[in-house]
Design a protein around this ligand. Structure first.
Ligand code: ATR
Length: 264
């Protein structure tokens, strides 16, 4: 029987999830649909209690990642620790939630870094994406420093997971980082960077979660300094691949979703 999946959020129009997963259905000849459904926060409960009956799984995006857990029968340890669910799936007669952003961030980093142990990492930003990334980095044995415009949010992540807070970027000038990650939205549709260009050095790994544009000012300046860069599509594709594995119990070649990413 045909299975239905959806990404829910508000706004949802620009989600790439449908095109990524549909590419997987075609590649592996899976009879399923994947749509984008706008669900307002006040309608989430009704959606989960009535509409969800027609779905085998959901991708969950803003603003529901922290609240959808209330309507599930269980949440994975990873999602619990990160405090956010981005994937809902059925197991027997239970509705469960997990978080694939963490695996997505790790796989994206692995395209340039083979071992995170003892790597010094500067993470810019302290929102939901940062939480998933910092959790993954610390699990991998990295030493993490977090800088955020609103220092309290960085302090909360450090309190929950570990690492250290950087109160002032200027104090870091001249310090060496093996890896620098941007999890802020600075650079999204704008030629702006969250970090002065002189922070970049040759052979450093620089990762941007922004994927519109793919070549952000942050990555462009890192490239110019001789750093090795990772574009935002990688995180998006790898977290979706992990969702695909959870829902269909099958592995899909990353290239299939990578190609789909560039369709629109
Ligand atoms: P996500 O779930 O994608 O991480 P988010 O939770 O809204 O999204 O987090 C956005 C991040 O980008 C935050 O770290 C935010 O900083 P604040 O915590 O100070 O709000 C950061 N950010 C957004 N716009 C910014 C800007 N103009 N300058 C610096 N940081 C910015």
């Amino acid at each position: 029987m045909k299975k239905n999946y959806a990404v829910i959020g508000d706004p949802i129009d620009h989600s790439k999830s449908p095109v990524l997963h549909q590419a997987g259905f075609v590649e592996l000849e899976i009879d399923a649909s994947f749509t984008a459904v706008a669900v307002r926060p006040e309608n989430l409960e009704t959606f989960m209690r009535t509409d969800f009956v027609g779905y085998s799984g959901l991708a969950v995006t803003l603003p529901h990642k922290e609240t959808i857990g209330h309507y599930l029968d269980g949440v994975s340890a990873v999602a619990q620790q990160i405090g956010a669910v981005n994937t809902v799936y059925r197991e027997a007669d239970r509705i469960l939630g997990t978080n694939t952003d963490c695996v997505g961030a790790l796989r994206a980093l692995e395209t340039e870094v083979s071992d995170l142990r003892d790597q010094s990492v500067l993470v810019l930003g302290a929102g939901g994406a940062s939480r998933a990334l910092v959790f993954a980095l610390l699990k991998g044995g990295a030493r993490v420093m977090i800088y955020n415009r609103t220092i309290e949010k960085a302090e909360k992540i450090v309190h929950d997971f570990g690492g250290t807070v950087c109160p002032d970027l200027e104090a870091l000038r001249g310090e060496h980082f093996d890896i620098i990650c941007n999890t802020t939205s600075v650079g999204l549709k704008k030629w702006e960077s969250p970090l002065p260009a002189d922070f970049f050095v040759p052979d450093q790994v620089v990762f941007d979660m922004v994927y519109d544009p793919l070549e952000t000012r942050f990555l462009s300046e890192a490239n110019a300094a001789g750093a090795r860069t990772i574009t935002g599509d990688k995180m998006l594709v790898y977290q979706a691949l992990e969702q695909f594995r959870i829902w269909h119990h099958r592995d899909l070649a990353p290239e299939v979703m990578e190609a789909a990413f560039f369709i629109i």
